[in-house]
Design a binder for this molecule. Structure first.
Ligand code: PLP
Length: 388
C-alpha cells in the first residue's frame, strides 16, 4: 500500500528532530550514553508536581459516577467553568464555561481553532522563528502559512506583520513565551498589535501559551487576551505541569470576540470530527482542581543562567531567554546545519535554527539534568573553535 504524496513530503520536511534523535541513538551506541549530550527534545525531564499527582490519586479513588464516559464534546461543564474562573481572575474578562473547550493539549486546541476558521487558501501569519508543527497544523486545514520575521531579538515587528496581512488573512499565531527563542512579548508590543488589528476585523489572534508559567526573573507573561480584543488562547499543562503525555489543554475564546458563540459551536464540532471527541476525562477532573501546580521554574532559570553565561563566555552570541526551557544562540558560522554537524562530532545534539525558519541559530532544550549541561560545556567550546 502506498501513502499519500503529501504526507511523504511533510515527513521529509519535519525530519530535523527525528534525524537528531536517530543520530543520538547511533552516537550513544558508539560512544556510550554518558558521552552524548542530547538537547533536542522539549519534554520536561522532571516529574509532575506532587499536588497534581495527589489530586489524580484522589480523583481516581473517588470513582465518581460517569467519570469515564463520553461527555459534551467541549468537556465537563464544571471543569470548563473552573478554567473560565481562572481566566476571568487573570484577565478581568467575563469568561464563562461557554467560552472554554477542553482539548487534547495545546496542539489539539490549535488544530480545532484552525479547522474552525480556515477555508482553503486562507492565510495564517506565523512569526519566525516558530514551532515547526504550526506549518502542518495550518496545512491540515487547507490554510497557507505566511511566515513573518521577528526582530533580531525575536520581538514583534508590527510594521512587518501589518504588511503581510491580506484579505485572505484569517489568523496570526502568537507564541509567547516562545519556542524556540524563549522571548516573551511585552504588553506594549501586544497593545500596538491590537491597535493595528482594529483595521482587520476578520483576523483572529491565536495566543499559543503552553509555556506561560515558565518565565524567569520574577516576571509574569502579559495576558495577551486582556490586551488583544480578538484573541483565542490555546494552552495546556504539558510543559507547566510536565504532563505532555496526558494530552490535557484547552481553547479559550475571548468574550470580546463578537461571534464567539458561532466559533464555539464550530470548535466543538471540530473537536469531535478531528477524532479527539473530548479531552481525557480523568485529566480534566484532575487539572480543574490543581490548575496552578507548576514545575520548579527556578531550576530552569538556573540552567538558563548556566548555559547563557558559559556560552557567552566562549564567544557565542545569544539573546537571554525570558522564559521557556529553550536557549536559541547564533551559530558561529552562517550555515547552522554545518555547525550542528560540528556539535554532533563533539557529542552534542541540538536542532538547527532552519528547523524553526530562522537559520543561523541553534536550539538547545534544557530539559536535561544540570550535570549533563555542566559536562557538555567543553564540547561547545571545541565546536566553536572548530568552526573558526
Ligand atoms: N505549541 C508550542 C509552541 C509547543 O512548543 C508545543 C510543544 O512542544 C505545543 C504547542 C504542543 O503542546 P501540547 O503538548 O500542549 O499539545
Amino acid at each position: 500500500m502506498s501513502v499519500a504524496r503529501r504526507i511523504v513530503a511533510d515527513i521529509e520536511r519535519a525530519s530535523w528532530i527525528r534525524r537528531m534523535f536517530e543520530e543520538g541513538r547511533r552516537l550513544k551506541a558508539e560512544r556510550g550514553a554518558d558521552k552524548v549530550f542530547d538537547f533536542t527534545l522539549g519534554n520536561p525531564e522532571v516529574e509532575p508536581p506532587e499536588p497534581v499527582l495527589e489530586t489524580l490519586r484522589r480523583v481516581v479513588a473517588g470513582n465518581r459516577p460517569h467519570s469515564h464516559g463520553y461527555m459534551p464534546n467541549a468537556g465537563f461543564p464544571a471543569v470548563r467553568a473552573a478554567v473560565a474562573r481562572r481566566l476571568e481572575k487573570r484577565t478581568g474578562l467575563p469568561y464563562t464555561a461557554e467560552h472554554i473547550l477542553m482539548t487534547c493539549g495545546a496542539a489539539g486546541a490549535c488544530n480545532v481553532l484552525l479547522k474552525s476558521v480556515l477555508d482553503p487558501g486562507d492565510e495564517v501569519i506565523v512569526l519566525a522563528p516558530f514551532f515547526p508543527e504550526y506549518r502542518f497544523y495550518i496545512e491540515n486545514h487547507g490554510g497557507r502559512v505566511v511566515p513573518v520575521e521577528t526582530t533580531s531579538e525575536f520581538q514583534l515587528d508590527i510594521a512587518r506583520i501589518a504588511a503581510a496581512i491580506t484579505p485572505r488573512t484569517r489568523a496570526i499565531l502568537l507564541n509567547s513565551p516562545n519556542n524556540p527563542s524563549g522571548a516573551v512579548y511585552p504588553a506594549e508590543a501586544l497593545a500596538e498589535l491590537n491597535v493595528m488589528l482594529a483595521r482587520h476585523p476578520n483576523v483572529i489572534v491565536v495566543s499559543d501559551e503552553p509555556y506561560r508559567a515558565l518565565v524567569f526573573d520574577g516576571r509574569t507573561a502579559p495576558e495577551t487576551a486582556a490586551i488583544i480584543e480578538r484573541c483565542a488562547i490555546t494552552d495546556s499543562w504539558s510543559k507547566a505541569a510536565a504532563l505532555a503525555g496526558e494530552r490535557i489543554g484547552y481553547l479559550a475564546l475571548s468574550p470580546r470576540i463578537a461571534e464567539w458563540a458561532v466559533l464555539r459551536d464550530a470548535a466543538t464540532f471540530a473537536n469531535r470530527v478531528l477524532g479527539f471527541i473530548n479531552a481525557s476525562a480523568i485529566w480534566q477532573l484532575t487539572m480543574s482542581e490543581a490548575p496552578e501546580a507548576t514545575i520548579d521554574v527556578a531550576a530552569y532559570q538556573a540552567k538558563r543562567d548556566l548555559v547563557c553565561g558559559a556560552l557567552a563566555g566562549m564567544g557565542y552570541e545569544l539573546t537571554r531567554p525570558a522564559g521557556t526551557f529553550y536557549v536559541f544562540p547564533k551559530t558561529p558560522i552562517a550555515d547552522d546545519v554545518a555547525f550542528i554537524r560540528l556539535l554532533q562530532r563533539e557529542g552534542v545534539l541540538a536542532v538547527p535554527g532552519s528547523g524553526f525558519s530562522r537559520p543561523g541559530h541553534f536550539r538547545l532544550s534544557l530539559t536535561v539534568p544540570r550535570g549533563t549541561i555542566e559536562r557538555s560545556l567543553p564540547a561547545f567550546e571545541r565546536a566553536r573553535t572548530a568552526a573558526r
